[in-house]
Design a protein around this ligand. Structure first.
Ligand SMILES: [Zn+2]
Length: 807
């Protein structure tokens, strides 16, 4: 027999035992049905935007994120199953730069999983469920399945998981396909915290062979199901203890399983991607086709566009908005990458990708309202795409002009890396475009310098992610909130007490250290903490720790540990500091006062928007020293530009009247139940908050018209302290969604004075000259008043309000 026939035979053999085809809708349904029949509660996917308290995470990136509190503190047995939307982009699990290059990386994916909390089912049941679902329900050929289990680590006193091995034997898996592994089969949540052995089911994509030596080695054998037996806990010194109760956490990538049941080699060949790739093909001018090749650059862009538009669609439907920070920045980056690459590599029209959104949505809806929120917000998503496309190409064209000016003046044959980086940072112009433009002029870009600039910028932005600490809130006594609200008003200014306390622990580079040396950066946990940690949109306090009156630690930011009861300070030691040192806390008072003004002003803005009928509820906010950003829904909104300008002028007027009138602030603590009964409460009381039994209700102003909101932020004691609010911009962020940027206190005064000056100057100028002057003035305004906020560029509104112009 020649080898050709052998090959055909092998294929036919494999084909005969083949599993049933399931569409992605059928697969979802069968999963839910199966676990429902096993008495599991089917839980909806949590939002991909994590709850505000989980400071370290940009996006929900694993099925278990929403169950953390159940794992750490519950005792009640529960069986749960869900399919969780996950995004891995930015932060620790960053798949962004790999997407497109191979056949499997995705930023957005779905994670199927079932859980047993507090011994709700046994190890044996967990394995049996998994096996039965794959083999009995999906009809996957059991001959192609391999299982791995934990082989033990003697050093840590962790024995081989023989029980697990026996379970698989009893299920009927032949011994040579039950394989022990060590590192691969011990799961940990972090450097400290819950952990335990796990067992995995692997699938051989080729079949008709013994692939046991290829498990965890070769890409043709893929892991499809991971079952974690969470029975241990590791403390911060590295020791492992018994958790005292058992949880089981299982996870299975939806798209990968789909590729298995649909007999495809890649997730991109399954029916969740095929319609998207076909639509992309129809958007390309040359009618290019996706061929699933790893080496073709065009295919890579097909995959990148499909993935990024999918991820952005999901993120926006859960409330993310493309902008300059946090997860909004990642969404913007993904959208812009797909616009640029789609246009330059596939010839898609500049404004073509918003047309792809409906197709993406059609692949996500359809069964049991799994992602009904995506369908509901489809108009909003499409509009945000359109706006982002317009904005992006505008900035690219602008950046190109900037580039041309610089490049023509510059006689050398190299474009500096710093300049390329500035174009990237300011206009979002990717390096590849700058290189292309330079090439057209016969020049080169100093890419090394670009990288250095990028590294510098990364170091600055790493501050946020450094809050991943090998500690848990439970390792420390709870911080009382009282300290951060303790301040008095004396002689026309706020006085903040310098609360004395003791340093409980210092950390450097994620590790506990005895001493944080002079000039070293690190974390400090105090016994009592007065610093406000970033929460509810309000930025954190900064300040100092003093020992014997000397400044020993510069506090640069403050964040909350996992469940929010402990605050960690990040900053730089000016003198060596260590555990047990007595210190006094000194807030940056001017900044805190500015933040309080802006926060109270945010509540008033919300109140005035609702009262005037312009706004219909808050959608998000960010509060910093004397400035604020407020996103709101508009309801049915049919105002034209001039009507809106008038309405905003009026709104600003109402706000400032309220402030002038003054009125003492009242804060009461009450139960969630009682708060819900308050008639004119403006905030939506979050029902899903776990463990929040009491809420603070903040009332601003006096008389009948008062603003009442639930809020944990810090506020002025009397609204008259705000002095002034000036609205700087109000722009559309999508359908029925707008964003106001405003400044308060001194900043507002400065802006107002400047605008008056401009107004005077312009009214005495010939019409023709006005535009020229405006341009110069606009530049001055930014350099004088808004050096700190580049984000305001392009959204200046105050001048037009006053002048009746559009800049
Ligand atoms: Zn508030």
């Amino acid at each position: 027999m020649n080898t050709g026939t052998k090959l055909i035979k092998a294929h036919v053999g494999a084909f005969e035992t083949f599993r049933t085809y399931h569409s992605h809708l059928e697969l979802r349904k069968s999963f839910f049905d199966f676990f429902q029949s096993k008495k599991h509660e089917i839980v909806k996917s949590a939002s991909v935007i994590p709850l505000e308290n989980d400071g370290s995470l940009l996006f929900t990136n694993a099925g278990m994120n929403q169950f953390k509190s159940l794992i750490l503190s519950s005792t009640e047995p529960r069986r749960v199953a869900n399919i969780q939307k996950c995004i891995r982009a930015g932060g620790k699990h960053n798949d962004l730069d790999d997407v497109g290059k191979d056949l499997h990386h995705q930023t957005f994916f779905e994670m199927m999983g079932n859980w047993s909390f507090n011994d709700a089912f046994s190890k044996e049941e967990a394995c049996k469920f998994a096996w039965d679902y794959l083999v009995e329900v999906l009809g996957i050929d059991s001959e192609r399945l391999y299982v791995s289990y934990f082989g033990g680590i003697e050093k840590l006193g962790l024995p081989e998981d023989r029980e697990c091995k026996e379970i698989w034997k009893n299920i009927g898996v032949p011994s040579h396909r039950i394989l022990p592994f060590v590192a691969e089969n011990f799961w940990e949540m972090g450097a400290a915290g819950p952990c335990g052995p796990c067992t995995e089911i692997h699938y051989d994509r080729i079949g008709g062979r013994d692939a046991s030596s290829l498990v965890n080695i070769d890409d043709s054998v893929v892991e499809i199901w991971n079952i974690v037996f969470m029975s241990n806990v590791r403390d911060s010194s590295g020791k492992i203890y018994n958790l005292g109760r058992n949880h089981i956490d299982t996870g299975m990538g939806f798209e990968r399983l789909l590729s298995v049941v649909q007999n495809k080699n890649s997730n991109f060949d399954t029916d969740v991607f095929i319609p998207i790739l076909a639509k992309i093909s129809s958007l390309t001018k040359k009618n290019l086709k996706y061929n699933g090749s790893v080496s073709s650059q065009e295919d890579a862009v097909f995959r990148l566009v499909a993935d990024h538009v999918r991820a952005s669609t999901i993120a926006i439907s859960d409330g993310a908005i493309p902008d300059g920070t946090g997860n909004g920045f990642i969404v913007r980056k993904m959208m812009r990458r797909s616009f640029l690459q789609g246009n330059s590599k596939l010839g898609i029209d500049r404004f073509g990708l918003s047309d792809l959104v409906p197709t993406v949505i059609s692949t996500l809806v359809g069964v049991k309202n799994v992602y009904s929120e995506v369908e509901k917000s489809s108009d909003k998503i499409i509009n945000i795409f359109k706006e982002e496309e317009t904005q992006f190409w505008k900035t690219v064209d602008k950046a190109k002009k900037m580039f041309d000016v610089g490049a023509n003046e510059n006689k050398s044959s190299t474009i500096s890396g710093r300049k390329a980086f500035n174009l990237f940072e300011t206009y979002g112009l990717p390096l590849s475009v700058t290189i292309e433009m330079a090439r057209n002029l016969g020049k080169e870009v100093d890419e090394k310098e670009f990288e250095r600039c990028q590294l510098e910028a990364q170091k600055l932005s790493q501050k946020a992610s450094q809050f991943k600490l090998p500690v848990f809130a439970k390792d420390f006594p709870t911080h009382s909130d009282k300290e951060k609200y303790s301040y008095s008003f004396e002689n026309g200014r706020y006085a903040f007490s310098k609360v004395p306390t003791t340093i409980l622990q210092v950390y450097q580079n994620q590790e506990k250290v005895v001493v944080l040396k002079e000039n070293e950066k690190g974390f400090v946990v105090l016994e009592r903490c007065q610093f406000y940690a970033e929460q509810g949109g309000q930025k954190s306090d900064i300040g100092k720790l003093l020992a014997d009156g000397r400044n020993v630690f510069e506090v640069e930011s403050a964040k909350k540990l996992d469940n929010g009861s402990v605050t960690v300070l990040f900053g730089r030691a000016l003198e060596p500091i260590q555990k047990d040192l007595r210190v006094e806390q000194q807030l940056d008072e001017k900044r805190r006062e500015g933040v309080m003004k802006a926060h109270s002003a945010t509540h008033l803005l919300n109140w005035a928007l609702q009262r005037s009928g312009l706004g219909n509820g808050q959608k998000g906010s960010s509060v910093d020293c004397n400035r604020l950003r407020f996103d709101y829904s508009t309801g049915d909104d049919s105002l034209d530009k001039s009507q809106r300008t008038e309405a905003l002028k009026h709104l600003e007027h109402i706000l400032n009247e309220f402030i002038m009138k003054g009125g003492l602030t009242s804060v009461i603590e009450t139960t969630l139940e009682e708060a819900k009964k308050i008639k004119n409460l403006q905030s939506d009381v979050k029902e899903d908050r776990i463990g929040d039994s009491s809420v603070r209700v903040v009332t601003l102003g006096s008389g009948v018209n008062v603003s009442v909101e639930c809020c944990s932020g810090t506020h002025v004691h009397d609204v008259s302290i705000i002095e002034d609010v000036a609205i700087m911009s109000d722009k559309s962020m999508g359908q029925n969604l707008r964003r106001i940027v405003a400044v308060t206190g001194e900043e507002a005064k400065k802006c107002r004075e400047y605008a008056e000056k401009v107004f005077e100057e312009l009214s005495s100028t010939e019409f023709k000259e006005r535009n020229k002057i405006l341009k110069v003035l606009k530049r001055n305004l930014f350099s004088e008043t808004f050096l700190y906020s580049r984000r305001l560029i392009g959204s200046l509104f105050l001048l037009p309000i006053r002048l009746g112009y559009r800049l």
